[in-house]
Ligand binder design. Structure first.
Ligand code: FAD
Length: 486
């Protein structure tokens, strides 16, 4: 990245080179704008590339292979115990990140987007200070801009009760560094980041305990999908404690001593924790906080909601005319593909197109084993909003492909409008759900009915057939399910 100190001028400055920011910058450059892309990080790609989606999926791919080899014994193939070399695994993960970061740099160069490494601070609604430190001193100069796009993302939420000064207590960034494979790991938080990281460490050999404050893993996700994941996690993890909080944590030298506090009784199928336990390491994954502070936004008219998210309208414009915002910093769902989509929309808006953002069909995926994915309206949301729906569930026990790969632990659920038969949502729990959900996104966006999907010939034997059979089942019968008795 360049480090010029002169005062510069640009049509558009994008702050943050994550999947929101770099996509916005490239899409704007493709529309003829003169764009500067600024990020404080060592390399572009943001959280997603450097300490989120890509490193976690790189490690999950390897640990998935390990888990699969452990299950082939009864099917006639046994393997010796895997020899795990954490340093080589780390190298592989870092290579994957570096290759992608180099790709982003090349794409920036090809589009003449200037990549600048600096901390930024708004001096006013038209000027940005660039500095080597967070303190706002413009030791790397200033930029005068016509339009700015804020894409500063988010960071792990710090929780005071859990903020002890100990190298044994990690956040998701530390956990992805894979400094070692601890004998025991406590994951605080049963959301997707905690469960993905817990899955990785469990497959590498750690005894993993997950605690979750609410009465279920993955709060907000349809319970029937979560139950399928939880059944497998119960075998892969040492313990899952629900309705449980950390009351106190202390580094006792050889371990972290954790005192639990449990509200009511543990949820079904989970154990109750003894009051105090020791863990070699603790991963705190209790959510993410938007990076909207320390940016000098008080020198502009940008409005920040009480929860820290920057407020924008449908065109992604803040209350300050010249400043737009996208990605994690503007709110849920905090996902890379939502940020990228908003990056494209904001570039269209700035180019004068009548574009706007609507996040109704942003797919969500939990990359555990099995995966959980959903798109559109969920059963839980429909119940909360009192929306009448028709539900069809196709169990993977009836899928030939699921049987062939020995993974009948899955379900495909179709949520349809009872009067028009339009597909409103799809939820899937099962291996490969992350890839399967793309068909659902297309179906919902195109306004497809269950008949449209059922009449599309799906390849056999594939897990995608579960979507077609689920669609058939919604308003009729399907071949691989016995018809209901009348
Ligand atoms: P970010 O990617 O957070 O990028 C923001 C950038 O802004 C950073 O590079 C930062 O250095 C820079 N910045 C911040 N402040 C300043 C400043 N003052 N000056 C200059 N630069 C600044 N999402 C998915 O869709 N799929 C997944 O599988 C997935 N897995 C994840 C796994 C983990 C462990 C984590 C933590 C997250 C995961 N996410 C996943 C979420 C995803 O990473 C985020 O939604 C996404 O990165 C948000 O993109 P963004 O562009 O808004 O911001």
């Amino acid at each position: 990245m360049s480090n010029n100190t002169a005062m510069r001028e640009t049509d558009m400055v994008v702050i943050g080179a994550g999947p929101g920011g770099y996509v916005a910058a490239f899409a704007a450059a493709d529309r003829g704008m003169n764009v500067m892309l600024v990020d404080a990080g060592e390399q572009p790609g943001g959280v997603c590339l450097n300490r989120g989606c890509i490193p976690s999926k790189t490690l999950l791919h390897i640990t998935q292979l390990i888990s699969e080899t452990r299950e082939t014994g009864p099917r006639g193939v046994t393997w010796s115990q895997p020899a795990i070399d954490p340093a080589a695994l780390r190298r592989w993960k870092d290579e994957v990140i570096a290759r992608n970061a180099a790709g982003i740099r090349q794409l920036a160069k090809a589009r003449k987007v200037e990549l600048v490494r600096a901390w930024t601070r708004f001096e006013n609604a038209q000027t940005l200070a660039l500095g080597t430190q967070r303190d706002g001193r413009p030791d790397l100069g200033q930029v005068k801009f016509q339009r700015a796009v804020l894409a500063t993302g988010s960071r792990p939420t710090a929780n005071n009760a859990l903020s002890i000064d100990s190298p044994r207590v990690m956040n998701s960034t530390d956990a992805l560094e894979l400094a070692d494979i601890p004998k025991s790991l406590l994951v605080v938080g049963g959301g997707y980041i905690g469960l993905e990281m817990g899955t990785i460490y469990a497959a590498l050999g750690s005894e993993v305990t997950v605690i979750e404050m609410t009465d279920g893993l993955l709060p907000g996700t349809d319970r029937d999908l979560v139950r399928i994941l939880q059944a497998r996690l119960r075998k892969a993890l040492k313990n899952i404690y629900l309705q449980t909080k950390v009351a106190n944590m202390a580094d006792v030298g050889h371990a972290v001593s954790v005192t639990f506090e449990q509200a009511g009784r543990a949820g079904s199928g989970t154990s109750a924790p003894s009051d105090k336990q020791e863990f070699e390491r603790v991963l705190v994954a209790v959510g993410r906080t938007p990076n909207s502070n320390g940016l000098g936004l008080e020198n502009t008219s940008v409005k920040i909601a009480p929860d820290g998210f920057v407020e924008v309208n449908e065109q992604l414009q803040t209350a300050e005319e010249s400043i737009y915002a996208i990605g994690d910093v503007i709110g849920q769902p905090m996902l890379a593909h939502k940020a990228s989509h908003e990056g494209k929309v904001v570039a269209e808006v700035l180019a004068g197109a009548p574009a706007s953002h609507d996040s109704r069909v942003i797919p969500a995926v939990v990359f555990t084993d099995p995966e959980i994915a959903w798109a559109g309206l969920t059963e839980t949301q429909a119940a909360e909003a009192g929306i009448e729906i028709r539900i069809a569930k196709f169990p993977w026990g009836a899928s030939g492909r699921a049987a062939a790969i020995g993974r009948n632990d899955g379900v495909t659920k179709i949520v349809a409008d009872p009067s028009t038969q339009r597909i409103l949502g799809v939820g899937i729990a099962g291996v490969g759900a992350s890839e399967l959900i793309a068909e659902a996104v297309l179906a919902i966006e195109m306004g497809a009915t269950t008949t449209d999907i059922a009449r599309c010939v799906h390849p056999h034997p594939t897990l995608s057939e579960t979507i077609a059979e689920g669609a058939e089942l919604a308003f009729g019968t399907t071949i691989h399910q016995a018809p209901r008795q009348h």
